[in-house]
Design a protein around this ligand. Structure first.
Ligand code: UT7
Length: 333
């Protein structure tokens, strides 16, 4: 019997207009362009401005574009999973707000939280709904307004993050293409090294938590860096071995864009040359759940049917993982 797989049949990104350059950051914190570029690879990032605008604004922007280009009616969407670390509010789910904004009246919608690995977790989850034949049209959207939780007085974190979103359409295919395999991991003992200290149920917001600046990202950069390099490289190598893939078989590596040095280390371990690595950290920084679909969107015209693609990410939790897929359509037609 032919196996039903979940294939990405469209991808669309959305980034806000405002560009926060390294030059402007230098006027905000004690840093310089040379340090930021050499240590992270980031040159500029996008920031969502405007009262009352949250991650749903970004996610809805991506999905509206996706529906238009795939020529699929919003009413035909069965499910929307939104991967986000910066929901519009603690509840309800940002996915519900997005579904309302795009007119996906027949979809059920929920959020998935796995920090920077959220898009991979969501893609894997969504693929199961398709593989089992339960649903035919599922959208996975990664959306984060990181500027809402970045401390712009902390030079070690504010230089990295940016706002953005990307969405993919998943549909069933029986031709051997689509999502082939996923290896997903987590280790909660790493939680204290990358987290937001207050605002959740363990430490609800108070005047004191606000005064202590506990509603921003806290990151032990060096420790996270080391864990990210090891875990992302390990899991990417593992998925290659498990699927008998050599570096020559791989058309593209799509890494989470957290730090160019982490990306370089992962590619080196896989034996994949720079020319096969999607990299846009210089333009957008780390958009958390937006990074991987934003890469796919920007490279879409270069992707060919049958291309072997490895997605890889590492993030807070700790969470990390890798997905192997075969691209399902020729985009440059
Ligand atoms: O996506 C989720 C997962 N997150 C990640 O993967 C991020 C992982 N971590 C990183 O990318 C890096 O650790 C950072 C980019 C956050 C920091 O880079 P680093 O090379 O690890 O720097 P560091 O924290 O070890 O700091 C080195 C020096 C320090 O000065 P001293 O103590 O050596 O005098 C810092 O104070 O660089 C200094 N520094 C800066 N200098 C200029 C830290 N931030 C800055 C800055 N500009 N923005």
């Amino acid at each position: 019997m032919t196996k039903t797989r979940a294939a990405i049949t469209g991808v669309q990104g959305y980034v806000p207009d405002y560009i926060l350059t390294n030059k402007e950051l230098v006027t905000m914190v004690d840093t310089n362009d040379e340090w930021i570029v050499s240590r992270t690879g980031v040159k500029e990032r996008r920031i969502l401005k405007g009262e009352g605008k949250g991650s749903s604004e970004l996610g809805a922007g991506a999905i509206k574009g996706l529906l238009e280009k795939t020529n699929i009616a919003a009413e035909d969407i069965d499910l929307i999973i939104c991967a986000t670390a910066t929901p519009d509010m603690i509840f309800p789910a940002t996915a519900c707000i997005i579904a309302d904004k795009v007119g996906a009246k027949n979809a059920f919608a929920y959020d998935l939280m796995a920090a920077c690995s959220g898009f991979l977790y969501a893609l894997s989850t969504a693929s199961k709904f398709i593989e089992t034949g339960t649903y035919k049209k599922v959208i996975v959207v990664g959306a984060d307004k990181m500027s809402s939780i970045v401390d712009y007085t902390d030079r070690a974190t504010c230089i990295i993050f940016g706002d953005g979103a990307g969405a993919v359409m998943l549909e069933p295919t029986e031709d051997g293409l689509g999502i082939q395999d996923a290896i997903l991991r987590s280790d909660g003992s790493g939680r204290e090294f990358l987290h937001m200290k207050a605002g959740g149920s363990a430490k609800p917001s108070t005047h004191e938590t606000v005064d202590a600046r506990e509603h921003f990202i806290f990151q032990d950069g060096q420790l996270v860096f080391k864990a990210a390099v090891k875990s992302m490289a390990d899991v990417s190598e593992e998925i290659m071995k498990k699927n008998n893939l050599t570096a020559d078989d791989i058309a593209w590596l799509v890494p989470h864009q957290a730090n160019k040095r982490i990306i370089d280390a992962t590619a080196r371990r896989m034996g994949v040359g720079d020319e096969k690595v999607m990299l846009n950290i210089q333009k957008y920084g780390n958009t958390t759940n937006g990074t991987i679909p934003l890469c796919l969107w920007e490279w879409e015209s270069k992707l060919n049917k049958g291309d072997n693609i490895i997605l890889a990410a590492f993030g807070g939790g700790f969470t990390w993982g890798s997905i192997y897929l075969k691209w399902a359509y020729d985009s440059n037609k």
